[in-house]
Write a protein that binds this ligand. Structure first.
Ligand code: UD1
Length: 367
């Protein structure tokens, strides 16, 4: 079997790591195509080196642009690559513009498409990711769902016949890295200047277009972080830096100390070292959950609803809607004592994904 993985943005590289490792244990041929949606060293290269992912076989060098430009350029550039590779499966990941472009290029060439992390829904059509995931799920031939909830969403959209529960591949990589960090196999992360890693701190990220692109909301969110009574390590995505720059907003205010995005091991170590996480990232909500840190999510909804159980994660779209004390009590609350199940799987999802792909199209004679 030959599988082409299409990736482009940071969270996809994290998911690619366990998939590439699972393929490496087999005789299947795995081709990696990097669209180049993310191109900064600390959004892309550090994930290949830090997670031991083989270098991409093809790099399209697409870069940034409006949604149409980025998606369209990726689509056009993928056509000849997929035609030349002619794989048994095209594997697309998550919900970015690279995901949608990959799925479209493949289906138009009658190449079977599998969607990893299928079935997630925010039901918020203001999010570009929501369009990307819904359209990709409906185009794809095999839907690899991470959770029971995702399976329910797919069934509700009439897609049960091509959906399988694979588990979440991010658990595979997160738990492996947690163990390596605990075993001292990685140096302490470079936290922003002013953060003492031996003292309590909160870890924060903010990059969603819904939060960064509205100047008033962004200023309000940064002011809320600035008002917290603990140092806040804000690991700033380039989008946040760019938008704050355009808006003349200073990110380093009050408790906020600004640093660069971290590689995966350093991020896991930074979460473990923190007393809690404040974020709008989907991946980080789940990493906080898996690493036993309470999370406050700066959004109106989450695709990872399992994290809300037992108060491990709390949604706060507008901290300013809370009193100053309620906001502080929320963002600095201790980790809950309640035990948790394994809603994201057992850390062996990537192997299962390879097995599902090797089984062929759902309903075909290969299955
Ligand atoms: C993309 C995904 C989002 C994912 C996120 C992870 C879409 C629609 N969004 O958002 O789902 O959570 O990746 O990070 O695909 N930039 C750089 N260097 C880079 C990449 C981006 O400076 O290497 C800056 C540019 O100003 C660019 C902006 O960040 O315009 C946004 O980048 P883009 O790839 O469009 O989307 P993300 O916000 O990263």
């Amino acid at each position: 079997m030959k599988v082409v993985s299409i990736v482009g943005a940071r969270p996809q590289l994290v998911k690619l790591a366990p998939i590439a490792a699972a393929f490496a244990k087999t005789d299947h041929k795995h081709v990696i195509v990097h669209t180049g949606q993310h191109y900064d060293v600390n959004l892309s290269d550090v994930f290949f080196s830090g997670l031991g992912i083989p270098d991409p076989d093809v790099h399209l060098g697409i870069g940034s642009g409006s949604h149409g430009v980025q998606t369209g350029n990726t689509l056009a550039a993928l056509d000849p690559v997929l035609a030349a590779e002619s794989p048994d499966w095209v594997l697309v990941y998550g919900d970015t513009n690279s995901t949608l472009a990959g799925a479209l290029s493949a289906v138009k060439q009658h190449l079977p498409v599998a969607h990893l992390e299928a079935g997630l829904r925010s039901f918020n059509r203001r999010m570009p990711e929501e369009h990307n995931r819904v359209l990709t799920d409906h185009a794809a031939d095999l839907l690899l769902a991470p959770t029971e909830e995702a399976m329910r969403h797919l069934a509700a959209e009439g897609l049960a016949g091509k959906s399988v529960l694979a588990g979440d591949v991010m658990v595979d990589v997160c738990l492996r890295m947690r163990d390596a960090v605990r075993a001292g196999q990685h140096p302490q992360p470079q936290l922003p200047p002013g953060i003492d890693p031996t003292q309590p701190y909160l870890l924060a990220t903010l990059h969603r277009a819904e939060n960064t692109d509205d100047p008033r909301l962004l200023a309000e969110l940064i002011a809320s972080l600035a008002a917290l009574p603990l140092p806040v390590a804000l690991l700033a995505h380039p989008r946040l830096v760019a938008k704050a720059g355009e808006q003349g907003l200073k990110l380093a205010q009050g408790s906020v100390h600004v640093g660069r995005p971290l590689g995966y091991a350093a991020m896991v170590a930074a979460v473990i070292g923190s007393v809690g996480v404040v974020t709008d990232s989907g991946g980080l909500q789940k990493e906080a959950y898996l690493l036993d840190r309470p999370c406050t999510t700066l959004r109106t909804e989450t695709e990872w609803i399992e994290t809300l159980e037992g108060d491990w994660n709390r949604l706060v779209a507008r901290p300013s809607a809370l009193s100053a004390q309620e906001w502080i009590d929320t963002a600095t609350r201790p980790a809950p004592a309640a035990p948790r199940g394994l809603p994201y799987g057992d850390g062996r999802a990537a192997e299962r994904v390879v097995q599902f792909l090797a089984g062929g199209l759902p309903g075909s004679s290969l299955a």
